[in-house]
Design a protein around this ligand. Sequence first.
Ligand SMILES: Nc1ncnc2c1ncn2[C@@H]1O[C@H](COP(=O)(O)OP(=O)(O)OP(=O)(O)O)[C@@H](O)[C@H]1O
Ligand SMILES: [Mg+2]
Length: 411
Amino acid sequence: MTDPDQGVDDPTEEPADPFAIGDIFVREELLRVGYVPERDRIIGRDDEIRAVGKALGPAVRGGPPRNLLIYGKTGTGKSLVSKHMAREARSRAQQNDVNLIYQYVDCSNEDTETRAARELALGVRDTLEPDLDIPRKGIGASEYFRHLWDLLDAHDVRSLIVILDEVDKLDGDDDILMTLSRAEETGKTDTYVGIIAISNKIQYRETIGERVDSSLQDREFVFHPYDANQLRQILENRRDAFRDGVLSDEVIPRVAALAAREHGDARKAIDILRYAGAIAEETESSTVTEDHIDQAMERAEADRFSELVSGSTPHVKYILIALASLTLSRSKDEFAKKDIYTAYKKVCRNEGSDPISWDRVSRLLKEQSFLGITESRHTGGGYEKGSYRVHSLNRDPEIVLKALNSGKDPI
Ligand SMILES: Nc1ncnc2c1ncn2[C@@H]1O[C@H](COP(=O)(O)OP(=O)(O)OP(=O)(O)O)[C@@H](O)[C@H]1O
Ligand SMILES: [Mg+2]
């Protein structure tokens, strides 16, 4: 035991263990995004779980799985529920003596057909035959697929479930969807292949090719945002990430209320809680306070926004810069598309880029509004005045400009 009165320089004092866990967290991993909680920690997604279960149900009994297209705003549990259900399907199939495997592919990392096919083939290899050598470089998508079919057939796999997360990031490259959805029909393999494709872009459906559309058409399902109550339970279930007594009673309800007001995004709620803990730790506080939550909100907001727009095309960024600058420079926060378009053209001029059409800007604005970055509504107008749509930024304009690396006076 060290004597608390001893000075720090006392040579007999044991040096502090540099690997010791801090005063705030005990199981910080519970707050990581990739963490897949057990069924009893998954809150308020019964219908969603049932929908995925219905698609995978036949496969669990040795029949063909159905494809499923999942849509929903960010942080609504799409990735989580899909991974959880794939894992469940595998263990249920095992009980039925059915050889079913699944593979998760994050298309935001693997954004070309070859990379996605490689991820899939190597993942399946790791499951079925870890010692098998498949090159990481120098071969194309079709060869990865050949390895995949060979593996599936060699191991007599009845069903393969492929989760293609963030499938819209494949950049219009829908060949992988085609290949997978037609694999059995075209005699590539005897294994049934089921696809769970996930997107947070509602327009994705319109952009996938006709051919794929018809084979993926089986069913689609939309995940809805969480309410404050559900968010509170989701956070309560991860309270054990923290040491006892670190979270005072009001912390979780407050984070849940804040996150619910801001679009019911569970990821954001969990991030805020984690950041609040990290800030408490950085400031050597022994409890998480409201002040930490406020700072965490800001940090989560900036992070989330950067992540959301990181894959966006330059024009999406220009539109957001235009809207953020208008919001900062005028004393209002709702703007007609005409004004946004004018400001957007100025941003383009400064960036040395040709503006895209009014219609396309409109489409992009709609997409941003689906992502919850902007909001739009019809003005009251009435007959004489005519009602029209106005758009506003749902984020702090300064954070937006900072995240988009925009200069001070972009318009
Ligand atoms: N119903 C739930 N119960 C418990 N935790 C949840 C629930 N829904 C989401 N989470 C947690 O919230 C975070 C975000 O969920 P998830 O990654 O599944 O969202 P998503 O819908 O895939 O979002 P995105 O479109 O941004 O990828 C994860 O850490 C996940 O574990
Ligand atoms: Mg996801």
